[in-house]
Design a protein around this ligand. Structure first.
Ligand SMILES: [Zn+2]
Length: 236
C-alpha cells in the first residue's frame, strides 16, 4: 500500500519552482485536483484520448475539448491532464525555456512514437534542446504483467524499435511480453537525444498495485488515474 499520499511526484521535478506535477493514485479524481488549494486556480485541460500520436501546443485555454494524446505548453495556469489505467503517463520538462508536456503512452501511441512528435514540437516551438529535457514516467503496467498478441509485436518490430529489448516470448504460444517503459525510454535516449540520467521513473505496476487503477486487473474499468502537470502563475 502507498500510505499517506494522494499522488506521487518525482523529486527531480519537485525541485523546479515553477512546475507542479503529480501521478494520481486511485481515488484522486479531477474533483480532488480542484479541491487541493495548491492546484485549485489552475484550468484543467482534459483530452478526449484516442491512442493516437496527436499532440497539441497550447498558448491559452482551449475553447473546446481537444482529441489527441499529448499536450505541450509554456502558458501559466493550465493543468495538463492525462488519464491512464495501465498505459504509461509521461511528462517532459524544459527547465531552461519553461515548458512542459504531458503525454499518454499506451501501446498504440508508443508504436506511433508520440514522444518523438512531442519532442519535435518542443524543439520547434520553444527551442528546447533534447539533451536538456527532463522526463518523468509514472506508474504503468509492467512487462511481466503485460502480454500482447503477435499482431502487436509485429507493429513494434516494423516501427523499428529495438524489439529484442522490449518484446520477449511469453509462455503461451504466439504471445509476447511488451515493455512499454523500455520502448519509450529507448526511443527518448536512442532516437531523440535525451540523456539517460534525465529520465526519472516511478517504478510501480498498475496491475500489481491495488492503489492504482488497472484496465486489465479491474476488468475493463472506467476508472482512470489522473496525471497532471502545469506551470504556476495566473492564466492569461
Ligand atoms: Zn505487475
Amino acid at each position: 500500500m502507498i500510505k499517506n499520499s494522494k499522488f506521487l511526484t518525482v523529486p527531480e521535478l519537485d525541485k523546479i519552482p515553477w512546475l507542479v506535477h503529480g501521478f494520481g493514485l486511485a481515488g484522486f479524481g479531477l474533483e480532488s485536483l480542484a479541491d487541493e488549494r495548491e492546484f485549485s486556480s489552475f484550468h484543467p485541460v482534459v483530452l478526449k484520448q484516442l491512442h493516437s500520436s496527436r499532440v497539441f501546443c497550447l498558448y491559452e485555454k482551449p475553447l473546446r475539448q481537444l482529441a489527441g494524446d499529448g499536450l505541450v505548453t509554456s502558458a501559466t495556469g493550465l493543468m495538463l491532464i492525462i488519464r491512464t489505467a495501465d498505459c504509461l503517463p509521461v511528462f517532459l520538462v524544459d527547465a531552461e525555456n519553461r515548458a512542459v508536456a504531458a503525454v499518454h503512452c499506451g501501446w498504440r501511441s508508443t508504436a506511433q512514437k508520440i514522444l518523438a512528435v512531442t519532442v519535435d514540437l518542443m524543439v520547434k516551438k520553444f527551442r528546447s534542446r533534447p539533451e536538456n529535457l527532463l522526463a518523468a514516467f509514472g506508474p504503468c503496467i509492467e512487462r511481466n504483467c503485460y502480454q500482447v498478441g503477435p499482431e502487436v509485436a509485429e507493429i513494434f518490430t516494423r516501427a523499428v524499435f529495438d524489439s529484442g529489448k522490449i518484446l520477449s516470448p511469453a509462455d503461451r504460444p504466439g504471445k509476447f511480453y511488451l515493455d512499454l517503459r523500455e520502448a519509450n525510454r529507448s526511443l527518448l535516449i536512442n532516437q531523440l537525444g535525451l540523456r539517460a540520467e534525465n529520465i526519472h521513473e516511478i517504478d510501480l505496476c498498475t496491475f500489481c498495485q491495488p492503489d492504482l487503477h488497472s484496465y486489465r486487473r479491474e476488468r475493463q474499468t472506467n476508472s482512470r488515474l489522473i496525471n497532471f502537470a502545469g506551470i504556476r502563475g495566473r492564466l492569461i
